[in-house]
Ligand binder design. Sequence first.
Ligand SMILES: Nc1ncnc2c1ncn2[C@@H]1O[C@H](COP(=O)(O)OP(=O)(O)OP(=O)(O)O)[C@@H](O)[C@H]1O
Ligand SMILES: [Mg+2]
Length: 465
Amino acid sequence: MSKILIIDKDVEICKTLNNLFIKEGYDVCVANTGKEGILKVKEENPDIIILEPKLSDMDGISLIKEHLPTVENKSIIILTEYGNVDMAVQSMKLGVFDYIIKPPEEKKLLLSIKNALETKLLRQKVKDLSDQFYVACKAYFFIGNDPSIKRILEMAKKVASTDVTILIEGESGVGKEQIARLIHAHSLRKDKPFIAIDCGTFPDSLIESEFFGYEKGAFTGADKRKPGQFEIAEGGTIFLNEISNLPLSAQQKLLRVLQEREIQHLGGTKTIKIDVRILSDSNVSLEKRVLNKEFREDLYHRLNEFKIIVPPLRERGDDIFLLSNYFLEEANKGFYKQVRGFSDDVKELFLLYHWPGNVRELKSTVKRAVLLADDIVMIEHLPPAIQLLKNTIKPIETIQNQEETEAEEEVPYKSKFKKNRLLLESERKVILGLLKKYDNNRTKTAKELGITRRALYYKLKKLDL
Ligand SMILES: Nc1ncnc2c1ncn2[C@@H]1O[C@H](COP(=O)(O)OP(=O)(O)OP(=O)(O)O)[C@@H](O)[C@H]1O
Ligand SMILES: [Mg+2]
């Protein structure tokens, strides 16, 4: 039932409207002052507010401006006997839905309420749809252009339409769950649930009931029957996040379910057939766990009908720039900012940094930097761990001097980008010299410069070499 809040100092009008709205089947609440009105908005969460702007303790327009969030304004109908053009214009500017002069025509007022409710419903539907669309788009999203990533995406799409179990391995934060979601989104199960279960978060005693559900009275506190995640995911995909954390006792139960394709509630006797596809991920090598007898070999083979290994961010070439630009745009939207990009120094550090937390770390680094930056992300907007790298970089002149004196030794130094043309020129000379020295071998050149191959490629590109 829709709820209407009347805010008006005139007790008689409140009574009349109250009776009219109740007769029409609405739920009604009344406030006679602005203060009371603000309280009722919070407590009652009305769908529509009928507001007389002339109140004893405050003016209705400032009440809307200061105390009602914009989204609620579209559900406000002003009902006033002190109507004037100025106030009407002001309230419309604030997004008020309608402006009616007292005494209101019953039909007109009721029609306005009906329209406001319909608009509210439509707004909600549009929001729900765009949320769903966003989630769907996100599921399809995996930014990356490096050959290693392209190969993975092709593989993922190929196996998506089958029901093989897939094990996704890779360091923390490389995007394993994102790949799992992508596989689900490209499968025939895409309209059914995708349920991610974190295998490390449940104590041994809870895993069985969480995975497979329980009957009323199965244990102390089980006051009603509850389905498990495997039932909730029926027809869809279960994603077992960090499967290496699954205790041995639970591994055996999971193996049985994978073999039999049926489950039993804890405390129950009935078997329930299930149709779910299993994907799992791990940021340690599951094979090593098997060798160490920490993971059941039979379960490993069941989970690993197909394996995808996602490389760390530092091995994905220029993808770091694709991803950082994407996260920059995302953060700009989220924070209503217009940060334009990253300084050359920052790009250089992005290439040199090891990124132990991979894409997740890059995402939070960029988000934080966008919050701090005004126009361009500079070194001072980066977390200290990355900023510190700056101190390990030696200026280019040192490289040249050392190059001359220690030509035959392996020199553990790193170069520094400077916008100054002269320095770029000397940098070009050093790199060309080393490339010549190593017969164009870029790995050796990068090693001597003390930078990664990726950083060297970036430099070559930047120096037009
Ligand atoms: N290629 C990508 N494109 C866009 N966003 C990505 C990409 N890879 C990862 N992300 C984002 O980075 C974050 C970490 O990704 P995800 O959770 O998939 O990593 P993970 O490998 O499962 O991490 P963990 O091992 O810590 O569970 C998420 O916010 C995800 O949306
Ligand atoms: Mg994960």
